[in-house]
Design a protein around this ligand. Structure first.
Ligand code: ADP
Ligand code: MG
Length: 575
């Protein structure tokens, strides 16, 4: 039906825009099937949605790279990067495939399934005023779009293509694809090895951790950066089944404190580990920075709303008399917001906490002896984190990696202390223990106490908790940091591990999905488990109910879905 679509579009030239609706449908161009799923109502509305698909028999991609689920994620990521190169070569700006960052995320942009390969694009169909530019539209949809699909999805056409020129350019090449998939496999293998070896994080020797600038996620020029080298005491070498050997610093389960002078690179290493929950592409500098996938960054976030959190392990006897075992506020303070972020992270399954002094409430973290003497315990609602970090580990199995350059308070409770000096780490555990007068060989001290993290009661949202009053489409991402949910806005700016606007889009879909699950008996934890299992089984298309064209979404972690839910000011719980 090729001539069909082309001639229809030529005939529509100059007619009013609304007539474009009739081109919806499915068209064949040799091995390429084009689906026009949605046509925008006017030139200024959100773009139209089109898909192109090629069957496996025609695509001829190597089966060993495109069969396993994890391989498909990496191969789709490669095709997404390559697809943007193809579009650039075609000089076709009307077609939008979506741009990935430095991480490999599971996305909807490219779908690899048992039957074939599919790209989901957005397209701004051209107009002059409100008149259809039919000839241009025909060029886009019947010439460039099929050509795009052939160049991207016909593997035979790749041979002879120049290899990627490095950096962020990815001209498709067979070797490029194989390397991309293999790196991803190696990263996942290293991650599972870390879990078995009792490590919560790993930073490979040779890694480049600093970024080009505060607003860029690209690596600092290697001539400017001090490459990472592990202290000998913490060095681990892992041999991967591919034959690759990786050596670097392993951070053991437990409490680890990073110290060092200001500007010596403490926050930079913590931030790299924060991002280490996602695999990075070759050339990023963080390819071998791998963290416990549940690791969650905890910071103060005053002003946020809190609904029914049990923060009593940290905060008690508030002057307002509120019950901190079921604490709610529309305007949390620095310390209460940090306590809420922490208990919510644990509720969402975090086994590692990442905390930076730069973004913490001091009174949440520590309290010194003179202050303890001046303010009697019963007048101080806060039990600082330094007194809770050991019970958190022993009672809940939650490890902490903490940056603290301003106070020695954590030396007593740390399993390991790492000092950074001009970006070079050293293991200073023994010296730190000496300074606090610990006996030789004695372990970190825990404040003797009864269990403080008694099993928190399950939080169960009411049946209507996620049904906003507005009847229109309820949840929508607004950029990276905001989800509009009904009439209210959920502020996600504090979530440093939410890294891609497409994840925010998926979080909006997840909230609608959760609205269906919450029935007044299902807890937040149960609902999160259910959504995660669904995503594992069906991919992100599942969260949209398998709309033919789901738009551009990327898989968020459970932690970030939970964080959005917890920040929704309309959340209501069953008593
Ligand atoms: P701290 O938290 O110890 O005060 P930061 O991590 O914020 O220090 O780093 C301070 C500056 O040093 C930042 O501008 C950062 O980009 C840069 N930096 C960090 N690590 C390195 C490195 N390995 N090589 C070169 N520059 C670095
Ligand atoms: Mg810092």
């Amino acid at each position: 039906r090729q001539s069909n679509l082309a001639s229809t579009l030529h005939n529509l030239d100059g007619r009013s825009y609304g007539n474009l609706k009739q081109i919806r449908g499915r068209y064949t161009f040799g091995p390429v099937t084009v689906f026009i799923d949605r046509v925008q109502a006017d030139p200024f509305a959100s773009p139209s949605k089109v898909r192109v698909r090629v069957d496996r028999a025609d695509a001829k991609f190597p089966l060993d790279l495109t069969t396993d689920r994890a391989d498909r994620i990496a191969a789709a990521d490669y095709l997404l990067r390559a697809g943007n190169e193809v579009l650039a070569k075609l000089d076709q700006r009307a077609l939008i495939l979506g741009h990935p960052g430095q991480e490999i995320l599971e996305r909807t942009n490219i779908l690899i399934d048992d039957a074939g390969f599919e790209a989901r694009l957005l397209v701004n169909l051209p107009a002059r005023g409100r008149r259809i530019l039919g000839h241009q539209a025909a060029d886009i949809l019947t010439r460039d779009l099929p050509e795009f699909a052939e160049r991207l999805f016909l593997f035979d056409r790749w041979s002879g293509a120049p290899a990627g020129r490095g950096g962020n350019t990815h001209a498709p090449s067979a070797q490029g694809l194989a390397d991309h998939v293999q790196l991803h496999r190696d990263q996942l293998e290293l991650r599972s090895h870390l879990g078995e070896a009792g490590l919560i994080g790993f930073v490979g020797n040779g890694a480049i951790l600093p970024r080009k600038s505060g607003d860029s996620d690209l690596p600092m020029k290697s001539s400017d950066a001090v490459v990472f080298t592990s202290p000998p005491e913490l060095e681990h070498t892992v041999e991967l089944s591919s034959g690759r050997t990786v050596t670097g610093m392993g951070i053991p389960r437990g409490v680890t404190v990073i110290v060092g002078g200001g500007y010596h690179g403490k926050s930079t290493i913590l931030r790299a580990l924060e991002r280490g929950v996602y695999p990075h592409i070759a050339g990023d500098g963080r390819e071998w920075v791998i963290s416990d996938p549940t690791a969650t960054s905890i910071r103060a976030e005053d002003g946020r709303a809190v609904t029914g959190d049990d923060i009593s392990a940290f905060i008690n006897n508030l002057p307002s008399g509120s019950d901190t075992r079921f604490f709610s506020t529309t305007n949390a303070s620095g310390s209460t917001s940090q306590a809420a972020n922490l208990v919510e992270a644990i509720e969402a399954g975090a086994k590692t906490l990442l905390i930076d002094e730069d973004t913490s409430a001091t009174n949440f973290m520590i309290r010194d002896d003179r202050m303890r003497a001046l303010i009697p315990a019963e007048r101080e609602p806060i039990t600082p984190f330094v007194s809770r970090v050991r019970p958190l580990l022993t009672e809940r199995g939650v490890s902490t990696l903490l940056v603290a350059g301003g106070s020695s308070a954590f030396f007593e409770v740390a399993d390991h202390v790492i000092a950074l000096d001009a970006y070079v780490p050293a293991d200073v555990t023994a010296r730190a223990r000496e300074l606090v007068g610990a006996e030789d060989g004695a372990g970190p001290s825990a404040e003797a106490s009864d269990a403080v993290f008694a099993a928190a009661p399950a939080r169960v949202p009411t049946a209507g908790a996620l049904r906003p009053s507005s009847k229109t489409k309820s949840a929508k991402a607004k950029g990276l940091d905001t989800v509009q949910f009904g009439r209210s806005f959920i502020d996600l700016a504090a979530l440093s591990q939410l890294i891609d606007g497409q994840q925010t889009g998926a979080i909006a879909e997840a909230l609608e999905y959760l609205a269906e699950i919450f029935d007044g008996t299902t807890s937040i934890t149960e609902a999160l488990t259910e959504i995660d299992a669904m995503l594992d089984a069906q991919g992100i298309d599942g969260i949209t109910g398998h709309r033919a064209h789901p738009g551009h979404l990327a898989r968020p972690r459970t932690q970030e879905i939970a964080a959005a839910l917890n920040r929704f000011r309309g959340l209501r719980l069953v008593d």
